[in-house]
Ligand binder design. Structure first.
Ligand code: MLT
Length: 265
């Protein structure tokens, strides 16, 4: 389905029953809403489950201007307004988590609970910023295929390269299908994003934090730090998973997810 919000059209999926509690899923970079298919399937019998493509990703338009986490939050709130969703549980993976943390910082009244998966609250270090600039250069000079191959190496747990070949191929396709310009604009947006660690103590709603045991990008120690700062939070380390824990170990991920959402409503 598609809906016009702000200066763009967003592609989204809206499943389950109207009138049941809402859960919105936000994907990571540079993926799209299909990365949540297994979670949507698991929850749609009992909840209204929405996933959408962030601006410039999947089938959503990019618009003309620069990207920022604040703009992605504005899109999320506009999507909620357009779909007449007053309050929701918000689940974000990695960049989706950055958006979720910024959204609850600025609009706490719109969220009943958060699920933060494979994400962290810190801003980019100068080393990470430099890597992002090199990635932009590489995308512009050598193309997306090479960028996708380099990215894949860091996204998955070592064992997933033999046990999750299909998932890896699907993720590679998601990266390759993202427009060059959107990749570069998002990398820039990520590099200048603000930290949210100093705001975590203000979060009043329940928060489930999950992270792949082998996550190299947002490691378990970063999840532990958020857990310590958010009063009403629960932490689960997902075995047999790297940065994409919902795809690498959907069994454990979905078990924790369902239990948590049931405890909220
Ligand atoms: C993601 O999965 O969204 C990215 O790893 C986020 C990032 O690069 O900071």
């Amino acid at each position: 389905m598609r809906i016009a919000i702000n200066d763009i059209t967003i592609s989204y999926s809206d499943e389950g029953k109207n009138g049941t509690p809402v859960i919105i899923f936000i994907h990571g970079f540079p993926f799209n809403k299909s990365m949540w298919n297994l979670q949507v399937k698991e929850l749609k019998d009992n909840y209204r489950v929405i996933s959408y493509d962030i601006r410039g990703h999947g089938n959503s338009d990019a618009g003309n201007g620069d990207f920022s986490i604040e703009l992605f939050v504005k899109d999320l709130l506009s999507l909620m307004d357009a779909l007449k969703i007053d309050k929701t549980v918000l689940c974000g993976l990695s960049m989706g988590g950055y958006i979720a943390l910024k959204a609850i910082e600025n609009h706490p009244e719109r969220f009943d609970a958060l699920i933060l998966s494979d994400t962290h609250c810190i801003a980019d270090t100068s080393e990470v910023k430099e890597k992002r600039m090199k990635a932009i250069e590489s995308i512009r000079n050598s193309g997306i295929e090479k960028y996708a191959d380099e990215s894949i190496k860091n996204l998955f747990a070592p064992e997933s390269f033999t046990t999750r070949e299909e998932e890896i191929a699907v993720v590679r396709k998601m990266i390759v299908k993202t427009a060059k310009e959107s990749l570069c604009k998002t990398l820039l947006a990520l590099s200048v994003r603000k930290e949210t660690c100093s705001k975590l103590a203000e979060i009043k709603v329940p928060v489930l934090i999950m992270v792949g045991k082998e996550d190299k990008i947002t490691p378990p120690a970063a999840a532990q730090l958020m857990h310590e700062k958010i009063k009403n939070s629960f932490l689960n380390i997902i075995e047999h998973a790297g940065h994409l824990s919902n795809l690498e170990n959907p069994g454990d991920f979905n078990e924790h997810l369902k239990k948590f959402v049931a405890s909220v409503y």
